[in-house]
Design a protein around this ligand. Structure first.
Ligand code: SF4
Ligand code: SF4
Ligand code: FES
Length: 520
């Protein structure tokens, strides 16, 4: 038995530290588990192994030559050295080779600060170049190769990550290597443009500044940006992302690894959707309709007016699948406090793009969340709008005027309250407009198409006097039921989990960075 377990879980020693790993684990993965970094260019955990850059060479006892850690499987009793003299000499040699024709244009390269050539040179090389600049092979610089990507051929280290991504993940094969030797260069395949729905992932996986983003280039140096873990809200898949931001401005979205949701990738539409979150039409303060026009109001007076109206009865509440689980819960509590009807709606543009990889036709992040709280989108909204006794209607992130052409019906509603992020058509019919934050400006959770509950975190503050949606609703609920006020989105989620069986046992800590499946 001892022998069998050794065979199934070999033990490897790396730099004097031992670890037991599953059979078939590569040295680079075993080292990663020990927190030991083995420098690498061509290896990427989401792609096939190419083994072509040689940056990951390590010394393994009883093996005559250095081995590449990315394609060497651990065997029982293996002893690996990642910092021995032989390994260091190999690292110097590989870096010198890669830098022979590299233009070293770091000061004007947008990858500076997140470039593996720059980083590894500082960590593993630091030798002066033996090749004078004029002797370097020149290639094409700043060549647009698709709507989102720009190629600098001189900076490419031929790791083939981009080529493999396009061959293996999107299967569109837009990029390939041409020419030979010193003159080998990465380029578009004849007649192709890099414009598939996932094209910008090559920017993330290019370890150097050969593929950069046409959108992000030169807008900010990465070392000035902060990162916040979140999920993309542009469709029901809920790809895990990092939001890069500075001083209240979002600069980019990048995918964050989650094997259960998006692996290492995200779609281009989701990546660019950060721009929709900071458009020019943001609502900046509560508005209350005066005799003719909207008049700016303080939150407390606007909420007081809404609470007084809701207490009169005859209220209906519509919440869209753009709302977080926390917001849906608070709206249900508000409905219960004033015996209002409440209905869910999930709207997507007709014919919205989707595929069998990540992108869903449902362009809402939380349709499942609505369902799990008993508000499955259906005909209830129309019923509510046509009810003769409807006196007050609350629309939460629900632009019924443009989604359903419901302008005429909204005009007949005696008192309309709109909570939204932006000025949209529906607000024209409102008596009170309450400005709320986007998901990038609030804490909360969405439940994705597969029922996975995932956290998003406030990266930036809502503009002007806008408030996170949960906060506005918590204040309204407190005004209505006279009870204590929820102090955080986490507290709202805890109340939801205590009351709604699909969320039982979940909490912000348990959801962590990768989310958890709901029970329903
Ligand atoms: S462009 Fe980047 S990802 Fe593609 S082969 Fe060159 S270095 Fe690698
Ligand atoms: S697939 Fe959906 S969730 Fe993922 S990045 Fe695209 S739009 Fe966002
Ligand atoms: S990372 Fe191992 S050969 Fe490139």
């Amino acid at each position: 038995m001892q022998h069998l377990s050794l065979a199934l879980m070999p033990t490897v020693e790396i730099d004097g530290r031992r670890i037991e790993v599953e059979d078939g684990t590569t040295v680079i993965r075993a080292a990663e588990r020990l927190g030991i970094e083995i420098p690498h260019y061509c290896w990427h955990p989401g792609l096939s192994i190419a083994g072509n850059c040689r940056m990951c060479l390590v010394e393994i006892e009883k093996m005559p030559k250095l081995q590449i850690a990315c394609n060497t499987r651990v065997t029982g009793g293996m002893v690996v050295h990642t910092t021995s003299e032989k390994t260091k000499a190999a690292q110097h040699a590989v870096l010198e080779f890669l830098l022979i024709n590299h233009p070293i244009d770091c000061p004007v390269c947008d990858q500076a600060g997140e470039c593996k050539l720059q980083e590894y040179y500082m960590d593993y090389d630091r030798q002066p170049s033996r090749v004078p600049l004029p002797a370097k092979v020149r290639k094409r610089k700043a060549k647009p190769i698709g709507p989102l990507v720009i190629l600098d051929q001189e900076r490419c280290v031929m790791c083939s990550r981009c080529v493999r991504f396009l061959d293996e993940v999107t299967r569109t094969s837009e990029l390939a290597f041409y020419q030979r030797g010193d003159h080998v260069e990465l380029d578009l395949a004849p007649g192709k443009t890099l414009d598939n729905p996932y094209s910008a992932n090559v920017i993330d996986i290019c370890p150097v500044g050969a593929l950069t983003s046409r959108d992000f280039r030169f807008r900010a140096r990465v070392w000035y940006l902060e990162r916040t873990e979140s999920v993309c809200g542009a469709c029901a898949n809920g790809c895990n992302i990092q939001i890069y931001h500075r001083e209240g401005t979002i600069y980019r979205f990048q995918p964050r690894e989650n094997d259960a949701v998006n692996q290492y990738w995200m779609c281009d539409a989701g990546r660019m959707s950060y721009r929709d979150l900071q458009g020019e039409g943001r609502l900046l303060q509560p508005l209350v309709r005066g005799a003719d026009e909207f008049v700016p109001a303080m939150w407390e007076s606007a909420l007081g007016a809404v609470a007084a109206r809701l207490r009169e009865g005859g209220a209906g509440i519509v919440v869209s699948a753009q709302a977080s689980n926390e917001e849906v819960y608070l709206l249900r509590r508000i409905a219960a406090a004033v015996s209002a009807r409440v209905a869910g709606i999930s709207w997507s543009p007709p014919g919205a793009f989707h595929d069998d990889f990540l992108v869903k036709a449902d362009k809402n992040p939380n349709t499942q969340g609505l369902r799990l709280q008993g508000l499955a989108p259906g005909g209830a909204v129309d019923e509510m709008l046509s009810a003769a006794d409807l006196r007050t209607l609350v629309l939460h992130r629900a632009d019924l005027a443009s989604w359903r052409g419901a302008g005429a019906a909204l005009e007949r509603v005696p008192y309309l309250v709109v909570l939204d992020t932006d000025i949209r058509e529906t607000a024209e019919y409102a008596n009170v407009v309450l400005p709320i934050g986007t998901y990038a400006e609030s804490d909360g959770t969405f439940t994705n198409h597969a029922g996975r509950v995932q956290r998003f975190r406030a990266a930036v503050k809502p503009p002007g006097d806008a408030r996170p949606g949960w906060e506005a609703l918590a204040a309204l609920l407190a005004a209505l039921d006279g009870g204590g006020r929820f102090e955080s989105a986490e507290a709202v989620f805890a109340a939801l989990a205590a009351e709604c069986p699909p969320f039982a046992g979940l909490g912000y800590d348990a959801l962590g960075t990768q989310g958890r499946p709901a029970a329903g």
